[in-house]
Structures are given as structure tokens and as C-alpha cells.
Design a protein around this ligand. Structure first.
Ligand SMILES: Nc1nc2c(ncn2[C@@H]2O[C@H](COP(=O)(O)OP(=O)(O)O)[C@@H](O)[C@H]2O)c(=O)[nH]1
Ligand code: SF4
Ligand SMILES: [Mg+2]
Length: 414
């Protein structure tokens, strides 16, 4: 998962947004035409700018189209505005309308940086407008030096957010982290799941060694002696020089991992957490508390309360899928069957749900969406006063209070 800066191009119809998209991507990424409303859906392009690094560039539809389709386009445009780090507002100075103010208003509401590009088509008149405190550039986007001019403007005016999140900063070079990866029928062939490879790569980059272990979950749940011995032997081997510092497991194996990593005096032989809990921590830029608070909301659910189980992708689902089967079953076993109303949102469906009807969102690790999208979801949930928690936390909580406390402990500052 590459950390990218999301830049969105916004404005009215025919301001030159798609022209700017094509200029920055050096190709005909978007259709440019003088027919108003040419760009219907959001166009996304991935590129690299030497002074900013990896970029995700959004070309959006003009928000001033007044018809049914225009309303739909506007909705999508606003959804992507919530996910960008920088709004490039393209303005044709001869065509100013209140919708430009609306974009500026939204940028304030969602705390986004805005830069204005006045696209001076040579033969158009200037309405002499200015927006307070917003840096701007005057350019003709069809000019042969336009790209260089725009890039210079971006380099000099974009305020880069320096915040970088380190996962488990106390881990050192000589430390080892145990990764428990039980593969099942849902596991894709030829690769690890994204949260697993993301975390492994993150640790490797910091010279922290990882030990990958495949647990046979069916045998482990059957209390198979050989399977347990194999696991304990691996732990003991790694613990020999006191370098084993943490075990990260797939959340669905938390029942076994919790049980097998406490001794007869109930002391933990190794700290544990789950891939999914780490994803909640990283995708929210360290705001794990928000997801922990969601467990309190789970405890306080009442009859007929509605919850939404949200997965950020549409993967192939088998019978015992966590979101479709395991979590609903645990909720129905914990409360009474049918006591809580459970809905599901997969992939992009999330944005079409009315969040106000829910007491709680139970979200997957969200490895298929970027931090910006997750943060825009958190922003909307905060606004609607709806709680959120995550798969790993829920599975640990339903296992036991101890398991729950153990998986969050590695994130607690001492
Ligand atoms: N001469 C000139 N024409 C432009 C410029 N920018 C856009 N256009 C034209 O204006 C029309 C709308 O441009 P487009 O990029 O599709 O606008 P969008 O609706 O904001 O995406 C097209 O016919 C473009 O060729 C410019 O800087 N100079
Ligand atoms: S986006 Fe969610 S459901 Fe899809 S693979 Fe990632 S963690 Fe699993
Ligand atoms: Mg366009």
C-alpha cells in the first residue's frame, strides 16, 4: 500500500479541469470538449511528481449541472472532495457562480487546502474576482509552458503534511515479530493478504525481522497435540535470546492464539495483537481509541438497534466468511437471535447508506482503500454521531475481556 497524496481537480463545467488533468498526466486521460458536462464520472490517475512523490489525481465533473444526472455527478464530486489532501479549484474568470463558493465552503468544512488556478483563455474577459486567503495562479492551460508553470505553483504552495505513522516504534533492529497466518479456502493463491504483506514490509523496512507461521486452524481448534507442540516449539525457539517481542495474528485465530500464549498462572508468554487492529490504527492515523470506543457502543446495543458491517472490498466470500457469517453469528449468540438488525455494505456501497440509522459500524481492516477514504468515513461518522469499531476488536472482545485487553495493549503508550 503506497502512501499517496490525493489531489482533486474541482470547479464549474468547462473551466478546464480535464485540460489540467491531461496536462499533469501528459496524456489524454480525460475527454476534453466544449460540450458542457463532458466529464461524467470521477477519473483517477496515478502519477509521480518529483517534489511530492506518489500522487492520486482526481478529475471531477463540474458541480453546476442542473438536472438529475448533474445531481448524481455532484454527489460523487463531493464524495471525492472529502478524500483529497489538496483541492485544485479551476476557475474560468469569465464564468463565476455561487457553486464556486460552495466548493470553498466544503473545503473549510472538511479542512482541505485549496489552491486556485484561474484558467485565462486568451479571449475571455476577467470578472476581477478574488477569494480571500487562497493562493492562486493565473495561467492559460493550453499555453505550451503551462505544465511547468502549474508544477512550480504546486511545489511552492502545497503544504505537505509531514505526519508519518510508525507502527510499534519501540521495536528495534534485533527484535523479532511472529506473524500467524492461518490460510483457509478464502486465502488468495500466490500472495499474502494485503494487511499481512503491508505489515511485514513495514517491519522489514525498519530491519525488524518477521517469522511467518501457518497455523492449521481446524487442527488447532480440535486441540490437536502435535499442532500445539509445533506452535509452542516455534515460540520457544524464537524466545531463546529474548528477541521475540510481539505476535500478530489473523483476527479469526484470536481464540487459539490467546489461549496458547498464556501460561498456567495466566501470564502472557508473548504480547499479541491482530492484523486487523493494526489496520484500524494505521488507517485512522493512530486514532485507535475511536475504534475502542465503538466496543462500548457494542456493549450498550438495545433491542432493534441497527448496525452496519462494512467491508471496503468485494472479495470472494466462502460460507464461513468473517463479515457475512462469523461476526453476525457472534452478535446473534451474544444478544438474542434477531435482537440486533444487521446490514452489510461492500466496497463502494458504504457512501450510499444513510449512516444516521445505525448505532454502530463494524468495519473490516480497510486494506483496499486509502487512509484518506477511511478518514473521510470517520469524518462523516463523527458528524452523524455514529460509533465505529473493527473486526479484530470485535472478535477479540467476543472471545474474552482479557483477549481484548491484550490486543490493544501494544498500542498503549507507557
Ligand atoms: N484556449 C483555451 N481553451 C481551453 C483552455 N482550457 C480549456 N479549454 C477549452 O474549454 C473546453 C472545456 O475544457 P475541459 O477541460 O473539458 O473543461 P472541464 O469541463 O472543466 O473539464 C474545451 O473545449 C477546452 O479545449 C485554455 O486554457 N485555453
Ligand atoms: S478491504 Fe477489508 S474485507 Fe477487503 S481484504 Fe481488506 S480487510 Fe479484507
Ligand atoms: Mg471535464
Amino acid at each position: 500500500m503506497i502512501d499517496r497524496i490525493n489531489i482533486g481537480i474541482f470547479g464549474l463545467m468547462n473551466a478546464g479541469k480535464s485540460t489540467l488533468m491531461n496536462l499533469l498526466t501528459d496524456q489524454n486521460t480525460s475527454i476534453v470538449d466544449n460540450k458542457r458536462g463532458t466529464t461524467t464520472d470521477i477519473k483517477i490517475s496515478l502519477l509521480e511528481l518529483h517534489f511530492l512523490g506518489p500522487i492520486k489525481l482526481f478529475d471531477t465533473a463540474g458541480i453546476d449541472e442542473k438536472n438529475n444526472l448533474g445531481d448524481k455527478k455532484k454527489q460523487k464530486t463531493i464524495a471525492s472532495l472529502k478524500e483529497v489532501d489538496l483541492i485544485l479549484l479551476v476557475i474560468d474568470p469569465s464564468n463565476i457562480s455561487k457553486e464556486i463558493e460552495e466548493i470553498i465552503h466544503l473545503s473549510k468544512e472538511y479542512k482541505k487546502q485549496v489552491l486556485i488556478i484561474y484558467n485565462y483563455f486568451s479571449n475571455k474577459k476577467d470578472n476581477k474576482i478574488s477569494f480571500e486567503n487562497i493562493n492562486f495562479l493565473k495561467v492559460d492551460l493550453k499555453n505550451k509552458n503551462a505544465k511547468e508553470i502549474v508544477l512550480n505553483f504546486l511545489e511552492n504552495n502545497y503544504k505537505k503534511k509531514e505526519k508519518k505513522l510508525d507502527i510499534f516504534p519501540s521495536l528495534k533492529k534485533e527484535d523479532i515479530v511472529f506473524l500467524n497466518i492461518p490460510m483457509d479456502a478464502e486465502t488468495p493463491e500466490k500472495r499474502l493478504l494485503r494487511p499481512q504483506s503491508f505489515i511485514q514490509e513495514h517491519l522489514l523496512r525498519r530491519y525488524v525481522s518477521t517469522f511467518c507461521y501457518r497455523m492449521d486452524l481446524i487442527k488447532a481448534r480440535d486441540d490437536d497435540k502435535i499442532e500445539k507442540e509445533r506452535f509452542i516449539n516455534s515460540i520457544n525457539l524464537l524466545k531463546k535470546n529474548n528477541n521475540l517481542k510481539l505476535l500478530i495474528t489473523d483476527s479469526q485465530a484470536i481464540d487459539i492464539i490467546h489461549k496458547w500464549t498464556i501460561d498456567e498462572n495466566k501470564n502472557e508468554i508473548i504480547p499479541i495483537t491482530t492484523f486487523s487492529v493494526i489496520m484500524a490504527y494505521t488507517q485512522s492515523m493512530g486514532n485507535l481509541n475511536k475504534f475502542i470506543e465503538g466496543i462500548e457502543a457494542l456493549k450498550n446495543l438495545k433491542k432493534n438497534d441497527r448496525i452496519l458491517i462494512a467491508e471496503a472490498c468485494n472479495h470472494n466470500r466462502i460460507k464461513e466468511d468473517i463479515g457475512i457469517y462469523q461476526i453476525p453469528k457472534k452478535i446473534n449468540d451474544h444478544f438474542k437471535d434477531g435482537f440486533i438488525k444487521i446490514d452489510h455494505a461492500f466496497g463502494r456501497e458504504f457512501s450510499s447508506f444513510d449512516l444516521n440509522q445505525y448505532k454502530l459500524i463494524i468495519h473490516c481492516g480497510g486494506c483496499m482503500i486509502d487512509k484518506q477514504k477511511m478518514q473521510s468515513r470517520l469524518f462523516d461518522l463523527n458528524k452523524s454521531n455514529v460509533s465505529i469499531t473493527n473486526y479484530g476488536l470485535v472478535l477479540s472482545y467476543f472471545n474474552s475481556k482479557n483477549a481484548f485487553n491484550r490486543v490493544i495493549k501494544p498500542f498503549m503508550k507507557v
